[in-house]
Design a binder for this molecule. Structure first.
Ligand SMILES: [Mn+2]
Length: 240
C-alpha cells in the first residue's frame, strides 16, 4: 500500500474550492494507503487550537474519518500552522511529528521536513522564525485574546507577502549546501519537503552516492500529492 505526502494546502475560507478538493481527496484517495503525511502548512493560519472556524471544523472532522478508518495521519508544523497542538490531535486522531523526522519508507531511511529551515539564504526569515518558535514568544502569544492573535498573524502575513516579493527568487529557495549538510547529519540519501512551492525531483551526488530531494507542490491552483510505494515515487497534480 502506498504512503502519501502532501504539504502547503494553506486551507482558508478564501479558497473554498481548495477546501473542497482536499475533502474530496480525503474521502477518495486515502482509502487503501499505508499512511498520510502532511508536511506543514495544512492551514493558511492557525492561531491556537482554541480558535476554530466553521470551515476548520469540517476539515478536522474529515481528518478524523480518515484516522478512524485506521489510516494514520501524521502532521508536521509548517511556518503558518505551528500552533497546531494537542486539541487538534484529539479532534482529528492525527499525530504531530517533529521537523525533521526520519521515516523508514519501504526500507529506505527518508528525511521529511517542512522545508523552511533549508532556506538559510533568507536570513531575515530565519531570525523571524527563531523568534516565533521560541517558548517565551509562544507563551505570550497564546495568552492574548483570539482577536489580538489574529491581528498579529495578519500583520506578519502581510509583511511576509511584501518581503517575499522583494526578495530574489534564489534567496527564498532551499540552499543546496544546507540540504546536503542536513542530509549528511541525518545519514540519509532521500529527502522529502514542501514550503518552497516549487514541486520537483532533484538528483545529486552526496559523498559519491546518488541522493534525491523531492519537493511537494502547494494547493493554490490545484492539489499536489506525492505517492510512494515499493516501486518508487509519483508526484501527482490533483485537478479540481
Ligand atoms: Mn511553508
Amino acid at each position: 500500500m502506498p504512503t502519501l505526502f502532501i504539504s502547503d494546502l494553506h486551507l482558508c475560507k478564501d479558497r473554498p474550492q481548495i477546501n473542497e478538493l482536499f475533502l474530496n481527496f480525503l474521502t477518495t484517495d486515502t482509502k487503501e494507503i499505508h499512511a498520510l503525511y502532511i508536511l506543514g502548512d495544512l492551514f493558511e493560519v492557525w492561531i491556537g487550537d482554541d480558535v476554530v472556524t466553521a470551515e476548520d471544523k469540517i476539515i478536522l472532522a474529515a481528518l478524523k474519518s480518515v484516522t478512524q478508518s485506521g489510516i494514520p495521519v501524521y502532521v508536521m508544523h509548517g511556518n503558518r500552522d505551528f500552533f497546531l497542538a494537542e486539541q487538534f490531535c484529539e479532534q482529528t486522531g492525527s499525530q504531530i511529528i517533529a521537523d525533521p523526522s526520519i521515516i523508514d519508507l519501504y526500507g529506505t531511511p527518508t528525511l521529511i521536513m517542512h522545508g523552511d529551515t533549508l532556506c538559510t539564504d533568507d536570513t531575515s526569515y530565519q531570525q523571524f522564525r527563531s523568534m516565533v518558535r521560541s517558548e517565551i514568544w509562544q507563551t505570550q502569544f497564546l495568552a492574548m485574546t483570539p482577536e489580538q492573535r489574529q491581528k498579529i498573524a495578519t500583520k506578519y502575513r502581510n509583511e511576509s507577502k511584501i518581503q517575499t516579493k522583494l526578495k530574489e527568487a534564489k534567496i527564498i529557495d532551499a540552499n543546496q549546501q544546507t540540504i546536503e549538510t542536513v542530509m549528511q547529519e541525518n545519514n540519509v540519501l532521500h529527502l522529502i519537503h514542501g514550503h518552497t512551492h516549487r514541486p520537483g525531483t532533484h538528483h545529486f551526488q552526496l559523498n559519491n552516492n546518488s541522493a534525491q530531494r523531492v519537493v511537494l507542490g502547494d494547493w493554490y491552483e490545484h492539489g499536489s500529492v506525492l505517492i510512494v510505494d515499493k516501486s518508487g515515487y509519483d508526484l501527482k497534480t490533483l485537478e479540481r
